[in-house]
Design a protein around this ligand. Structure first.
Ligand SMILES: O=C(O)CC1=NCN=C1
Ligand SMILES: [Zn+2]
Length: 408
């Protein structure tokens, strides 16, 4: 939707501004015109057009945006599937030293190059499914050096890959085994050593914290977010994922750019978030995989919380890189319309990582990030699930995926 700024809320989430027979003009990686083809061609009168990409009447959207992933990590956790099938809960597995902590062991043991190679494969997959900008959290190192190792991989990916990587420090992802029972001492390490060093090296824009029963309390989360803000980080919070902790309320109090998960968040929490302009990032692949109740996206939309969607790609609670699966789950499990889902995966997701003025919609002045699908309308994408509909991806004006394959 032209000319609007800020994340879309309420009924605006449905106004995707679809244009039949549309066209986008691109110069030096930026959109210079977008709208009905005849209007765009009229604006190009006398301009030398050097290359045309004919979408053949197919659906074209802005590049999809992933505002919440744990992209960089070692190992995998398929062994947890058997435990879950026997009834073990996510927090029980974590409390017994598994879950995040088993990925911490694998990440600490992996070299930076091994982490880079593994994350690149996943980033390639995200691109093939239509993602052109991806947020990536640390949080599997839980020592200064291992957190820095993960964040250096983010930087190397940003410097080498077509997809833009937005880096988030998440040293407060779990209390490491060596600090078991001494969470406050670990919080002090995060605040006094990790945050200042990450800031000094410029390796992250945001700081995130897992506010959850048996992980970090509301008070500990408040302390970490406050310290991060003082150092100039944007702040995010994994809130009310499993237990209703009041994380959504804390997100509003702390002026977080976004709050994540929100499966157990209260109506009061949504009200506080709406008032503070906190974006609610819903992660329906995670609640699907945890066989948990789903985030109440409709309640958030109704009270004016801007809703975004992401895969939450991570080796435990959401081992998938497919935003198109999330489209289907956003409709079927969160009750969102296809148009709301597209808004949640483009402009609102862009605002959730501080990029809303630069990406997330097809408007003059924005990066020329686009996706062409083997579909002719938005509803077809969540409707026909389990396959990849992406045909072509353009990143800053360059074709980086063609016929569903990476352009080397
Ligand atoms: O389990 C994981 O590795 C990722 C996660 N962090 C918080 N919830 C899920
Ligand atoms: Zn997460």
């Amino acid at each position: 939707m032209r000319g609007k700024s800020g994340p879309r809320i309420g009924s605006d989430m449905s106004n995707v501004g679809a244009i039949e027979h549309g066209a986008v003009a691109i110069r030096e990686g930026k959109i210079v015109a977008a709208g009905p083809e005849d209007e765009v061609r009229a604006q190009l009168e006398g301009v030398l057009v050097t290359k045309e990409l004919d979408a053949g009447g197919r659906l074209v959207t802005p590049g999809l945006v992933e505002p919440h992933t744990h992209l960089v990590h070692g190992g995998s956790r398929e062994h947890e599937l058997a435990l879950k099938l026997k009834g073990a809960s996510y927090l029980e597995i974590l409390a017994n030293g598994g879950g995040i902590l088993s990925t911490v062991q694998a990440t600490r043991a992996a070299s930076e190059d091994e982490l880079f190679a593994k994350a690149k494969i996943s980033l390639d997959t995200m691109l093939l499914f239509g993602a052109t900008t991806v947020e990536a959290k640390s949080g599997y190192g839980l020592t200064l050096n291992d957190e820095l190792k993960q964040l250096r991989v983010n930087k190397r990916l940003q410097d080498s890959h077509a997809v833009d990587v937005v880096s988030t420090f998440m040293g407060a992802h779990a209390v490491p085994t060596e600090y078991k029972g001494r969470a406050d001492e670990y919080v002090a390490l995060v605040i006094n050593e990790m945050l200042p060093e990450v800031k000094r090296q410029g390796l992250a824009e945001f700081c995130d914290v897992f506010c959850e029963h048996g992980v970090f309390t509301v008070e500990q989360s408040r302390t970490i977010l406050g310290a991060a803000k003082e150092l100039g980080f944007g702040v995010k919070i994994h809130a009310d994922e499993i237990e209703p902790m009041g994380g959504a309320e804390l997100a509003g109090e702390q002026g977080c750019i976004s709050a994540e998960h929100l499966l157990a968040a209260s109506n009061e929490g949504f009200r506080v978030m709406a008032e503070a302009g906190v974006i609610g990032v819903c992660l329906p692949a995670t609640s699907f995989n945890l066989r948990a109740k789903h985030a109440r996206a409709r309640a958030m939309i109704e009270v004016g919380v801007p809703v975004a969607l992401s895969t939450d790609y991570n080796p435990g609670s959401s081992p998938t890189e497919s935003l198109q699966l999330v489209m289907t789950l956003g409709c079927l499990n969160l009750g969102m319309t296809p148009e709301e889902v597209l808004t949640a995966m483009t402009i609102n997701a862009a605002y959730a990582i501080g990029r809303g003025e630069r990406i997330g919609s097809l408007e003059p002045g924005k990066d020329a990030d686009l996706v062409v699908y083997n579909a002719t309308n938005i509803a077809y994408l969540p409707y026909h699930f389990g396959i990849n509909h992406v045909d072509t991806v353009v990143k800053r004006g360059q074709i980086v995926v063609r016929d569903g394959r990476l352009v080397s």
